[in-house]
Design a protein around this ligand. Structure first.
Ligand SMILES: [Mg+2]
Length: 303
């Protein structure tokens, strides 16, 4: 069983949820009715050896990423972060000074984004460090944008650049696109029809939004990386398959045209939603590759 199969099992229970659930499992955040307001919530875990290299990543980078991964999901809904809680499982050998730096980084990053850390839990365990952060958010005047709703003919955009997130260190120091997402979603002329953040790579994530789409390989904004020995993959393969981009993947109506930059963030049109043929990438040589299968699966392996 792979991660997508497990998710389908989870989503199969969505029909039984109470009416107060506004956005069920299957989106970047869930949402519930909360009095007259909407409360969005999401959780992400960061595990040593899976989401960061415990030998090379410092406590400041780990603490920051635990929060910014969640904030990238908040951005994907065009929501405004409100508060966070954190749970940590510390390896028995964890150094106290190192651990204090980890906690400080988690708290300070959350505070920087207007999302104070208001509680948590500490455990000591045999095993790698695991830091789990839950973030609440609210619409604050901008209706949440979900993953669904893309129509054939719609344009597909991404923010920033894609691929090579590990060799460039991007996977630890990315900027969650909260401001950009809210700017676009608040503007009726530019509001995306659907949106998510790219965490597992375009090949894994785009099929979670639409069943059929065509991506133009030559249009993909590939993140530049130091030359890697024996890298035989064309650049577009990195852009679709590496993962950990934490950029916005946007689907907009055919008449919406984004400029090359908004508030200093690059926006690139990479393809369109279609009505047949699955999710494919078209190379300059004229080859069509099915994207399903190029992305990253979280289960197993170092990343
Ligand atoms: Mg997400």
């Amino acid at each position: 069983m792979n991660e997508n199969d497990l998710l389908q099992h989870v989503y199969a229970a969505n029909d039984g949820l109470p009416a107060g659930v506004l956005i069920p499992p299957g989106d970047d955040l869930g949402a519930i009715r909360f009095g007259d307001d909407t409360l969005l919530v999401g959780v992400d875990q960061l595990i040593g050896g899976v989401h960061f290299d415990p030998v090379t990543a410092g406590p400041e980078q780990i603490g920051r990423k635990a929060v910014t991964r969640n904030l990238s999901d908040v951005a994907a809904m065009a929501a405004l972060p409100v508060a966070a809680v954190a749970a940590v499982a510390l390896p028995r050998e964890a150094d106290p000074a190192w651990t204090r730096r980890l906690f400080d980084a988690t708290r300070l990053t959350a505070a920087d984004y207007g999302c104070p850390l208001v509680g948590g839990d500490i455990a000591v365990a045999d095993g790698p460090l695991a830091l789990t952060v839950t973030v609440w958010a609210r619409p604050a005047g901008v209706a949440p944008v979900t993953r669904g709703g893309g129509q054939p003919g719609d344009r597909i955009y991404v923010s920033g650049t894609l691929g090579n997130s590990l060799p460039t260190g991007h996977h630890l120091d990315f900027e969650p696109r909260v401001g950009l997402a809210r700017t676009l979603a608040a503007d009726p002329q530019r509001r995306p029809r659907a949106m998510m953040d790219l965490s597992d790579g375009l090949a894994q994530d785009l099929p979670r939004m639409v069943s059929h789409a065509e991506i133009t390989a030559a249009a993909l904004p590939v993140r530049r990386a130091p030359a890697v020995k024996d890298d035989r993959l064309p650049p577009w393969r990195h852009a679709v398959g590496d993962g950990e981009d934490y950029e916005l993947l946007l689907i907009v109506p055919p008449d919406v045209d984004y400029p090359a930059h908004i508030d200093g963030v690059p926006l690139t049109r990479i393809g369109r939603v279609t009505d047949i043929g699955g999710v494919v990438v078209c190379t300059p040589e004229g080859t069509r590759h099915h994207l399903n299968g190029f992305g990253w699966e979280h289960r197993g392996g170092e990343r």
